[in-house]
Design a protein around this ligand. Sequence first.
Ligand SMILES: Nc1ncnc2c1ncn2[C@@H]1O[C@H](COP(=O)(O)OP(=O)(O)OP(=O)(O)O)[C@@H](O)[C@H]1O
Length: 748
Amino acid sequence: MRANTRRRLGETLRESAGTPQALSERESYEKMYNEDLAKFDAAEHNLYFGRLDLTDDALAAEPVGDRGEAGERTRRIGRIGILDDDEFDTTLLLDWRAPLARPFYLATPAAPEGVDRRRHVRTRSRAVRGVSDEYLQSGRIDGDRAEVNVVNESALVDALNTARTGEMTDIVETIQREQDEIIRSTHRGVLVVQGGPGTGKTAVALHRAAYLLYTHRDVLSRSGVLIIGPNDDFLRYIGQVLPSLGETGVLLSTIGDLFPDVHAAGVDTRTAASIKGDQRMLAVLRSAVRGRQSLPGRGGVTVPFDGYELVVDNEVVSAARSAARATRRAHNLAQRTFVRVALDELAARHARHIGSSELDGTPLLTSGDLEDIRRELELDDAVVTTVTGFWPQLTPQGVLRDLYADPTYLRRSTRGWSDEDRAALHRTAAPAADDADLSPADVPLLDELAELIGYRTDEADRIERARWRQRLSEAQDALDILTGSAPQDLEDDLDPEILMAYDLIDAEQLAQRQEHTQYRTTAERAYTDRTWTFGHVIVDEAQELSSMAWRMVMRRIPNRWMTVIGDTAQTGDAAGSTSWADVFTPYVANRWRLSELTVNYRTPSEITAYANRLLARISPEQQPPTSLRSNGIEPFAVRADDAARAAAELVAAARWPGLTTIITADTSVAAVRATVATAAPDIDVHAITASKGLEFDNVVVVEPADLIDGSPRGLSDLYVALTRATQRAVVVHEKDLPEDLADLPAGP
Ligand SMILES: Nc1ncnc2c1ncn2[C@@H]1O[C@H](COP(=O)(O)OP(=O)(O)OP(=O)(O)O)[C@@H](O)[C@H]1O
């Protein structure tokens, strides 16, 4: 398949494409073949992993195919679908997402789904390393031939016990029933997946994206799928999963990266982040934009025109402002109305002033004269600049920065707020050139401002026009070079028989052709366009999104076809949510559906025994997920005068297998990192907010008391920290332990 695809790709690239249409056709073939090659490479590893043998009854009940052929008794399931080269295109391998593959994930001895035998095949490179069979009719299980092994879900247990590499892997071989139901859900509205730590929420989110792309390829490859994750580390951690499933067209982004050209890297205090995420900001931003629609004040301002001093006063501006506001258009888009009305008014005044009879005040000018004045006003830069000063073109960044920096503007825009809240927004630092000083909590505010200002249309148009002019001038240059290189002696006495480049094509056409070759994927186009609307949006760690962030996300998905994944008990951000109903009712009333995941695949029961006590205090109504396994490694606590140093020494001495990290409060991470760096430089330290969604074999929590005190949702933070571990959890502390952990055995 690879060789064939390569050959076709080569042929396609060699074809000349004369017309723009042929060119665009060639590009879509090129794209298709490249995607196929990527898919084949991705499938190389564990290509074939499962086999179903159906019972006689199930086989008899199979629908007969179009060509009258009977169904196959044996189905082989793999990462991608493969058809044979024969005349019937016989299926060799079923894609794991195909409906016929589904019993592989659903069949149990209690509900065998027509399956007689299910076989798990494990391969390494191209060698089969292990096979295990389950006979679903009898419940009998045959062990492995190639390895010492094992029970029913040996593949699953193997997968769970594997040491972590710092990159998430796909779970196609071992998807469990409750996960499969979510991955293949046909619900077309908001599907909320609530599940405790380690229940596979992230895994499910990614496999759902792959499944939807397979099942709705037509629609979704054009509109795109967006996955939102909590931070860059997390996106890196999950980044390989979809490519390993052969899917490359999905846009992964954090909230802080969702506004084109802004890479928000600034850090807010928890108070500032929580205020910025609150719906109260809506009124603030509206008032900030209105605050830029100002009046000249008593006496107005004067501007020289036509030898006179033209007065732009409150009366003129407020008439124009009312007219502009009455259009109900976004600020920048209403500017035209504002200017038009202001100039009309000024023209009328000026005409009255210069053209009235000195005797009785009757007008001496004709309507034609009035029009002339009006036109001259419009062409007068000084006049236009003065007028637009009272209703200027705005940018979201400009408004937000002024709001934070200018105490008077901030006070006016936040009437009724406490001084404390207002102070949390105020900032004095100078802006960074690329807006990197803005924080992730600022991004939803920029997006909201872009709506209020109407920045999108204007700005997108402007960029588009600039891009086009650039392309046009490049094409023009290319043509000039072509004609310039024509033999000199033709210059004066052009031979009509010789065709020049200009005779065949002009710059406009050339530029247009160029346009087709801008090979951009759906994800790339979506990323640079703020108003792009996606076909499906998946939000992971969704409990962390603030109200303002939800407004931004909802703008990207007007059809509201979303999968929202999270755990309200893990909410750490003070602006995050603790109730899904509160989040979705405003957008979809009660048309959202809740699914739950109940099994913890990550954390062994030895650790969850402690973590669940915290859960009982965070959300007593929540059923704790059951740990799938126990590993006999008891968590322990170490008390020391310098907890960070003790933790570093412990880790350095222990040499536990697998990935190890120290997790600590955001407020103490800098100090802990500094101490650890001197004691044992190679040891990894994570702030709690940066460890969201990640997992490590061994987790050392430094100073639980700081985690609890470090945030209004401190208990949740501690709960998250403990449940990052796949094998071992250790607590090192100087202050007293919280009562839920007080009985941890002392170690090591
Ligand atoms: N069916 C499965 N087969 C194999 N591994 C699985 C399966 N389900 C989950 N896992 C593994 O369990 C671990 C936890 O999964 P994941 O990170 O998706 O959980 P989560 O619910 O998002 O956790 P958290 O809320 O704590 O971030 C991962 O290593 C994942 O690969």
